[in-house]
Design a protein around this ligand. Structure first.
Ligand code: PHE
Ligand code: ZN
Ligand code: ZN
Ligand code: ZN
Length: 282
C-alpha cells in the first residue's frame, strides 16, 4: 500500500486462444463470450483512472492444533501476504512472492502435527488501503485475538535489486516477539542480515492496531536515520526497486536466493513456534 497517486498505465491484452473453455455452459452471457472467443484473436483494451479495489476477497487457510480439534483454545501462529496487486502490475514481487513463501511454509508444515494453530492469510484489497486485513481483524473475537502469538507479514520478499536488504519493519519501530523470533531463526541458519526499523504500509499494520504482535518482512532499500537514532519512532526512508508497481513486476525479476533466505527466516520462526514435532535449540 503506497500513499499518493498510483494511477496505473492503460494497457492492451491480446489473446489468440479460441478454444478457452467457458464455464457455466448455458447462460446467455457465457454463450456470447464463447461466440466472441470462437472468432479468433481477441483484443481487450482496459483503461482506468485511479484504481481502488472496493471488493477484495480474503483467502484464509487454517490448520488446528493437535489436541484442539475445534480450534477454540490453541495459540495462533499466522503468516500473511496480500493477494491483490495494482492494476497494470502483474505483482510477481508485490506480492506473489509473499504468497509463494506462505504456501511453502504451509506445504512443509503439512508433514508435521501442529502444537499451535496455523493460519495462512491471503489478504485482498491491500493496495486500496489494507482493506482485506482490516476486515479480517474485525472478524476476530476478543478471545480469539488473545490467542494470537503473532502475525508474520511477507510483502515483497524476493527482489534481486542489489541495494535491497531483508527488513523486519514494525509500525512503531520497536522490536517485538515476531521480530525476535525471526532474528533467532536467522541465527540458527547463520543469517545475520536481518534489521528492524519502522514502517506500516502493509497488512501487519491492521494486526498491530488491534494489539497483535506483527511485523512486515520485506526486501527493500530501506535507509534508517543516521546514528545515534538508528531507528526510532520516526523511522527512515526507502527506495523501491525499479519494477515496483510497474508492468515489469514479473517472474523475471524474482530472486530464488532471496526467497530462500526469507523462507529460512520467516518459515524458521513460524515452524519453531507452530511445531512440537521438531526440537530446535535457541
Ligand atoms: N504493500 C506495500 C505495497 O504494496 C509494500 C511496501 C511497503 C512497498 C513499503 C514499499 C514500501 O506497496
Ligand atoms: Zn504494492
Ligand atoms: Zn505489497
Ligand atoms: Zn523461539
Amino acid at each position: 500500500y503506497a500513499t499518493g497517486n498510483n494511477a496505473p498505465p492503460s494497457f492492451t491484452l491480446t489473446t489468440a486462444q479460441p478454444n478457452i473453455p467457458v464455464m457455466g455452459g448455458g447462460s446467455a452471457h457465457s454463450t456470447w463470450i464463447k461466440s466472441l472467443l470462437d472468432k479468433g484473436p481477441l483484443t481487450l483494451r482496459v483503461t482506468t483512472n485511479q484504481y481502488v479495489n472496493p471488493m477484495g476477497t480474503n483467502v484464509i487457510g487454517i490448520r488446528h492444533a493437535v489436541g484442539d480439534p475445534d480450534g477454540t483454545k490453541a495459540p495462533i501462529v499466522m503468516v500473511g501476504a496480500h493477494i491483490d496487486s495494482v492494476l497494470g502490475a502483474p505483482g510477481a514481487h508485490d506480492d506473489a512472492s509473499g504468497n509463494g513463501v506462505s504456501l511453502e511454509i504451509a506445504r512443509v508444515l503439512s508433514q508435521y502435527p501442529l502444537d499451535k494453530e496455523l493460519r495462512i492469510g491471503g489478504f485482498g484489497g491491500e493496495e486500496g488501503g489494507l482493506l482485506g486485513a482490516r476486515a479480517y481483524v474485525n472478524t476476530l473475537t476478543a478471545a480469539e485475538k488473545a490467542r494470537f502469538v503473532g502475525e508474520w507479514q511477507m510483502d515483497m520478499v524476493g527482489t534481486p535489486y542489489e541495494p535491497a536488504r531483508l527488513w523486519a519493519l514494525t509500525p512503531n519501530g520497536q522490536s517485538n516477539y515476531v521480530v525476535q523470533e525471526a532474528y533467532n531463526a536467522g541465527a540458527r541458519v547463520g543469517f545475520d542480515g536481518l534489521r528492524n526499523c519502522r514502517l506500516g504500509q502493509s497488512d501487519h499494520q491492521a494486526f498491530f492496531d488491534v494489539g497483535i504482535p506483527s511485523s512486515l518482512f520485506i526486501w527493500l532499500d530501506y535507509r534508517p536515520p543516521a546514528p545515534p537514532a538508528v531507528c526510532g519512532p520516526t523511522g527512515g526512508t526507502y527506495v523501491t526497486e525499479p519494477q515496483y508497481h510497474k508492468p515489469t513486476d514479473t517472474m523475471d525479476n524474482i530472486s530464488p536466493e532471496r526467497l530462500q533466505v526469507t523462507l529460512d527466516v520467516v518459515g524458521g520462526a513460524v515452524a519453531h513456534n507452530a511445531l512440537n514435532a521438531v526440537t530446535v535449540s535457541a
